[in-house]
Write a protein that binds this ligand. Structure first.
Ligand SMILES: [Zn+2]
Length: 414
């Protein structure tokens, strides 16, 4: 990939390109620090044009034209072309080789993690003081709990990390190590953690348009793995406590955009709608992929209602006619025919679903696939902390690879 093309990709990822009323021109802000110029781009495939000095001098594609072309492709991603697929592959391959950016992200991760987590926690706000016990600031509790999960070390060993955070002003009071365990027990943390997971995905709004859904279990025993239990030894499912995490993620950065937690017996299918709706509030969705466990007319309809294309495979016993008399039968038939007669196109989008498995793998590999907590509430909060820590790591990676500068709580500051 040429350097201008790469810069174009970065502009498309982080800047908001405005389209002219007639639809043929795009206004692209200058990327030069302190320069408020806006260049006018005509991404005409035959004769592209830009008003910037680079294009004026060379009469060849500049980074602004590349940026506009990427945005145009993203906008038309669901019109039957496979451009999004091409784009995704290009992004991954290019950036996987960007070792300097990758290394920079790794080297700075722990510092950046604390800074971003602190910024996120600042938006939590303090609930009114409950009667009786004086409580610690909620944002300190969430910071300590999430940073603890990120560090993956025991409570005692975590204290030197937390002292460091306190010295940097990320928390207002330094708690003693055994009170951190109690934080996980607080039911009040659960809705806040979910909100922070959503908020932490927002800086990637301009990057993600394709999403995937799946679920996976987290064991309360360190020696039992979900895949082993689910597919090879169902007795293990009964013998241990499990927490099941249902999530939706963007397929480019693996950022989690919505999450639900249930017990191990809950089915996957009913969780789908809520995940799509939460993501739909924050992202413009072009496509949603999920495996056949999620197939239902309601789920197909939910995706279509968000102007996105569902890529959920039909089962071998699915038939076009079976649902003739049910509501949404027409949608079911349309999707069934698309699935049956456009297998190649279907698969080009459906293959992106594997990114949600990658997401679970990233979370489990980095923060462990078992939970330390003993009670249900604490297990749920601990699992949510893993997802939040994962999202912050995705953001750090995007900061170095896509030059995104994450800012949170934009509406509150506006
Ligand atoms: Zn230009």
């Amino acid at each position: 990939m040429e350097e201008r093309e790469l810069k174009g990709l970065q502009i498309a990822a982080k800047a908001k390109l405005q389209r002219s009323d007639d639809g043929y021109r795009w206004f692209v802000p200058s990327q030069t620090e302190g320069c408020n110029n806006t260049y006018i781009v005509k991404p005409d495939p035959a004769k592209p044009h830009c008003t910037c000095p680079d294009f004026t001098a060379r009469q060849l594609r500049c980074k602004h034209i590349y940026a506009a072309e990427i945005v145009v492709r993203r906008e038309y991603a669901d019109d039957g072309e496979t451009q999004t697929y091409t784009e995704t592959v290009t992004v991954k391959q290019t950036y996987r080789q960007e070792w300097s950016a990758y290394n920079a992200a790794q080297v700075n991760e722990k510092d950046e993690f604390q800074r971003l987590l602190h910024e996120l926690c600042k938006g939590v706000g303090e609930p009114s003081q409950p009667m009786g016990r004086p409580r610690l600031p909620l944002e300190d509790m969430i910071f300590a709990a999430t940073f603890k999960v990120y560090s993956t070390v025991s409570g005692r060993r975590f204290m030197s990390d937390l002292r460091d955070s306190h010295a940097k002003g990320h928390i207002s009071k330094l708690p003693c190590y055994n009170s951190i365990f109690n934080y996980f027990e607080d039911e009040m943390l659960t809705p806040h953690l979910k909100m922070l997971i959503e908020e932490s995905s927002l800086p990637l709004q301009t990057v993600e348009s394709a999403f995937a859904v799946d679920s996976s279990g987290f064991s309360t025993c360190r020696f039992v793995q979900w895949v082993q239990a689910k597919h090879h030894d169902p007795k293990l499912l009964e013998a241990r406590e499990w927490v099941k995490v249902h999530l939706m993620c963007g397929v480019k950065t693996n950022v989690v955009t919505a999450v639900e937690i249930t017990d191990r017996h809950s089915g996957d299918c009913p969780q789908f709608k809520g995940l799509v709706e939460t993501t739909g509030q924050n992202f413009t969705m072009a496509e949603v992929s999920a495996d056949k466990a999620y197939l239902s007319t309601d789920n197909l309809q939910t995706v279509v209602d968000h102007n996105a294309m569902p890529y959920i495979p039909f089962k071998s016993n699915s038939v076009a006619e079976r649902t003739q008399n049910r509501p949404n039968a027409a949608l079911w038939r349309r999707m069934f025919h698309f699935y049956s007669f456009n297998q190649e196109r279907f698969m080009q989008s459906y293959h992106k679903r594997s990114n949600v498995e990658t997401t679970f793998h990233m979370i489990k590999a980095k923060f462990g696939d078992s939970l330390r907590s003993r009670t249900k509430t604490a297990q749920i909060n601990e699992a949510l902390c893993k997802v939040l820590a994962h999202n912050i790591c995705c953001l750090i990676q995007s900061m170095f690879e896509l030059e995104i500068k994450p800012e949170f709580w934009a509406d509150e500051n506006a």
